[in-house]
Design a protein around this ligand. Structure first.
Ligand code: ADP
Length: 311
């Protein structure tokens, strides 16, 4: 039986979390963390909604670092019932190199167990049945085999019929896909089966040739999406929600330290506020943008909130 009171949001994020190595100050010393787009969003939702049931669906290995990740989920308060441990597997990894203040990234993710997160349709159905909102991204899709993408799509369609809200961030990363045409095609398929799409304009302009955020909205609307909110760095956020369309100017960031995860933290607050009937879409966008400013004011993907004043 469902024990959650109706006011408790239940959000399921689906994707890959990686091991992160970032420079630790001294030469050749690194700090080990965990990060990945959908995971970052789950983490930020916990920051602003400690009462929410936030679940993460992924696959990891059964080695020591995978066990450490499970402990990290527990410490963060993210539900890990839908984390599959693949015997003999491990997690993907990335390393951040700093040269003259510029960050560059190296990835080792081909062997990541997360590629196996959508092998079992029943498991997907079970996880989705316990959520009100389901969140996934283009990176979630990119790392899967094509049959696994189809399995995930079918499960999302079933969940939607059952009344779940499906939210998708295209997060276009052509290097992770077999080819750019497949990336564009599967992205549009994913958008067509989502209630809400949360793209970033720069990516969309680069890979779909959109002239402006309105063109991004028009393209997703034509695919059948009823709600689209387009992020655009420091620029205004453009939205479509049913019959309503609008533009929300956002305050400038006082200081840009590191933009990693800005969009992920924006999405977190946006999703966390979806059930708040007292909030207009404008309020929701401004709250999401406030979280993104907090995120870019600190180093790394996961910047803890000192208090929940951002909302
Ligand atoms: P992503 O991180 O996915 O590339 P964007 O760069 O579009 O996404 O940024 C996501 C959100 O982060 C924006 O909608 C905005 O709210 C916030 N943001 C990013 N850069 C700035 C900035 N320089 N000043 C204020 N807000 C910013």
């Amino acid at each position: 039986m469902d024990q959650s009171p109706p006011s408790t949001p239940r959000i399921l994020a689906i994707g890959e979390c990686m091991i992160e190595f970032s420079p630790a100050g001294e030469a050749e010393a690194y700090r080990r963390g965990f990060a990945g787009d959908t995971f970052n969003t789950a983490w930020y939702i916990r920051q602003v909604r400690p009462q929410a049931l936030v679940s993460y669906l992924t696959a990891i290995g059964d080695d020591a670092v995978s066990d450490r990740f499970l402990a990290f989920l527990d410490e963060t308060g993210i539900d890990r019932r839908f984390v599959r441990q693949v015997p003999g597997g491990t997690m993907g990894l990335y390393l951040i190199a700093l040269k003259d203040g510029e960050r560059s990234f190296s990835y080792w993710r081909d062997m990541s167990a997360a590629r196996l997160l959508a092998e079992n349709s029943r498991r997907l159905d079970q996880a989705m049945a316990e959520a009100d909102t389901i969140y996934f991204s283009g990176i979630t899709l990119a790392i899967l085999s094509d049959p696994a993408r189809t399995r995930l799509f079918r499960a999302l369609e079933r969940a939607r019929v059952q009344g779940r809200l499906v939210a998708f961030d295209p997060n276009l990363r052509p290097r992770l896909w077999e080819d750019a045409a497949t990336m564009r095609d599967r992205t549009m398929q994913a958008a067509a089966l989502s209630d809400l799409v949360l793209p970033s304009f720069e990516d969309e302009a680069t890979h779909f040739g959109d002239a402006d955020p309105q063109a991004t909205i028009a393209r997703y609307r034509a695919a059948g999406t009823l709600a689209v909110t387009v992020k655009n760095g420091p620029g205004a956020v453009h939205y479509l929600e049913g019959a309503a369309q609008g533009v929300v100017e956002i305050p400038a960031a006082a200081e840009v330290v590191d933009t990693t995860s800005a969009g992920d933290s924006f999405n977190a607050v946006y999703l966390a506020c979806l059930g708040d009937e007292g909030m207009t879409i404008r309020d929701r966008i401004l709250a999401a943008a406030a979280m993104a400013r907090h995120c870019i004011g600190g180093r790394g993907a996961l910047v803890p909130l000192k208090d929940a004043a951002v909302l």
